[in-house]
Design a protein around this ligand. Structure first.
Ligand code: ADP
Ligand code: MG
Length: 600
């Protein structure tokens, strides 16, 4: 039943601009279809939705005598009284959407309920009913919206390009399709299919149909229920991260929302695992008692307010943290560089850290690309393990596993042909030419040896004839507890000597004395600036930075040293990038060279 809301109820509902661009129309229409109980919804657009939008559903339809009423302001079948506002179970309730849409466009509604033998077709332009007639049609509702803002030229100008408007629409459609895995969504843009979900209820399958296998394949399931809250979903392992939140979808009681509270919970769960400015993929579905939240704070209902922010944040944080722990999520490379790309929703931000592409400008503005794997978190896992070990010596902690790395070429086949600028090792195989950054390579070797040493129970150490002394700041001495064990685990025999001095009698066997000294000095220097090591993430950064300073660029290496470095790099778990994620090599194929010389 559609009724006009009592004025006080209507006033309670924060009024606002419902329609500002094509995607808001899609949102309202799709939400109406969902409220109508549809299990199949088709969204069609052309020209970014600016000139054409059509949403078709197989829901309950609208009674023939109410079709015009549906377009009146504050006409809704979903609530009757103020009390109903506290327990809204539908997506719509303001009775404003259709009224707002038909005021600024040309709308055609075709609808039929189960009970009526024929359907109705209503045409409304700028709120004027042009026609209302009987028509044959299947059960359900189809609403076509043409020429948005045809009568509001000022607003018309505000719309972005068709590409950008369709990107917003597809992004919205993706999110809503995800949050309703039981409903079949079909999205068509300019007569081309964008995606179709099966409607069979499998969230992971929906993620893959919408975002592609790249996003879908390494996800970790999250599930937790406590105190009336239920969370389900998927998050990425720390090895896959994005420069924005574009792949974070949050859904509360079936509503796609954005929530600072939930974002904070995600960030906290990954705090030790991702660099600042990187965001995990997260698809989170929260179900909670409707009386514990307020959905009515934003006119387009995008934001919601929880009665108890802390409760929700802690609950979600704990759920993700447990999932990550369980998986002992260690970053791994994408083994297939050609794997399906996620949809072009966010063309400029869809690069994954695990599959960075570096574009190097060369002659004639030609570009060649290399792909490499950036390994980000590693020592961190080791530190975790160590901490656990310290807490309970009896429990055998699982040693962190390294996963196979995507290998862009076979090191074994490379032949070294020289060194350029004292910095780049030139090498070739049967069809490509390579430059290997000596410094990055050395750093990688150093870092892996350090990690390996840290992990192994037997420390390979060498005794010094003359011990090294380190005079450190009082702050570093005071925070000894936080760094001395990790430093010992690298293979340093280090002891306090009194008076802010530490004495080192043995150093890791893979370092020479200069390296060992430099590395430790650098750690002390950084500790001095940041003595609080309660965050293991900070320590990890200190270590990676120190690796860098221990290894010098531009040093002239003789042939045997180059060969030694090359051999060591070859045996690395990940010889293809330095610990900071920069590539150790660049590659140019024979074909690319030939093109530059205009031979090919
Ligand atoms: P609200 O969704 O807030 O109730 P709308 O303006 O979006 O307001 O819709 C007005 C009314 O029209 C709804 O309450 C509903 O009864 C009817 N309606 C709109 N779209 C559909 C649809 N796709 N299927 C069935 N009924 C619909
Ligand atoms: Mg509605």
């Amino acid at each position: 039943m559609i009724k006009i809301l009592e004025k006080n109820v209507a006033d309670k509902i924060a009024a606002g601009e419902v329609i500002d661009r094509p995607v808001s129309i899609i949102k309202e229409l799709v939400e109406n279809s969902l409220d109508a109980g549809a299990d199949s919804i088709t969204i069609e657009i052309s020209d970014g939705g600016k000139t054409y939008i059509r949403v078709t559903d197989n829901g309950c339809g609208i009674d023939p005598d109410q079709v015009e009423l549906a377009f009146r302001r504050h006409a809704t079948s979903k609530i009757t009284s103020e009390q109903d506002l506290d327990t809204i179970a539908t997506l719509g309730f303001r009775g404003e959407a259709l009224a707002s849409i038909c005021a600024v466009s040309r709308v055609e509604l075709i609808t039929r309920t189960e009970e009526s033998r024929t359907g109705r077709r209503v045409i409304i332009e700028g709120s004027d009913v042009i026609s209302n007639s009987a028509t044959g049609c299947p059960e359900g509702t189809t609403i076509t919206v043409k020429d948005l803002f045809f009568n509001v030229p000022a607003r018309n100008k505000f719309m972005a390009s068709a590409a950008s408007e369709s990107r917003r629409i597809i992004d919205f459609a993706s999110r809503i399709a995800l949050s309703y895995p039981d409903i079949r969504f079909n999205v068509i843009n300019s007569s081309k299919r964008v995606f179709t979900t099966s409607g069979k209820g499998n969230i992971l399958a929906s993620i893959i149909s919408i975002y592609g296998t790249d996003t879908g394949k390494d996800l970790i399931p999250v599930e937790k229920s406590e105190g009336g809250l239920l969370l389900k979903g998927y998050v990425s392992s720390p090895g896959t991260s994005l420069p924005s939140r574009s792949r974070q979808v949050m859904c509360v009681n079936g509503r796609i929302i954005s929530s600072n509270v939930m974002e904070r919970a995600i960030d906290r769960a990954y705090q030790d695992r991702l660099f600042k400015g990187r965001f995990p993929v997260a698809f989170l579905f929260l179900a909670m008692p409707p009386e514990k939240l307020d959905v009515n704070i934003h006119p387009t209902k995008k934001e919601i307010r929880f009665d108890d922010n802390a409760e929700v944040e802690d609950f979600i944080y704990a759920a993700i943290r447990d999932a990550l722990r369980q998986k002992e999520a260690i970053p791994s490379a994408k083994p297939d560089a050609k794997a399906a790309k996620p949809m072009a929703l966010t063309e400029n931000e869809s690069e994954y850290t695990t599959k960075n592409q570096i574009k190097v400008p060369v002659l004639n503005d030609e570009k060649f690309e290399i792909e490499y794997k950036a390994e980000q978190v590693n020592i961190n896992n080791v530190l975790e393990t160590l901490r656990k070990e310290q807490i309970s010596k009896s429990a055998e902690p699982e040693p962190p596993k390294l996963q196979p790395v995507y290998r862009p070429f076979e090191f074994d086949e490379l032949k070294v042909i020289g060194v350029i600028f004292n910095t780049y090792i030139a090498a070739q195989d049967s069809d490509s030419f390579y430059l290997i950054d000596q410094h990055a390579a050395h750093e990688r070797v150093f870092y892996e040896k350090l990690t390996e040493q840290f992990r192994s129970s037997e420390k390979a150490m060498q005794q010094l004839l003359l011990p090294l002394n380190f005079n450190v700041s009082a702050a570093v001495t005071a925070s000894e507890e936080s760094w001395i064990e990790p430093v010992r685990s690298f293979g340093y025999n280090i002891e306090f000597f009194g008076n802010n001095t530490y004495i080192v009698r043995e150093i890791p066997s893979f370092m020479d004395m200069a390296e060992a000294e430099e590395f430790l000095e650098d750690i002390f220097m950084q500790l001095d600036e940041k003595p609080d090591l309660s965050n293991s993430r900070v320590f990890e950064r200190i270590i990676t930075k120190s690796c860098k300073s221990a290894v010098k660029a531009g040093d002239r290496l003789d042939d045997s040293e180059i060969m030694a470095l090359f051999e060591q790099l070859k045996s690395c778990e990940n010889p293809f990038s330095c610990p900071h994620g920069r590539p150790t090599f660049i590659k140019m194929t024979q074909y690319e060279l030939e093109r530059m010389f205009k031979r090919a």
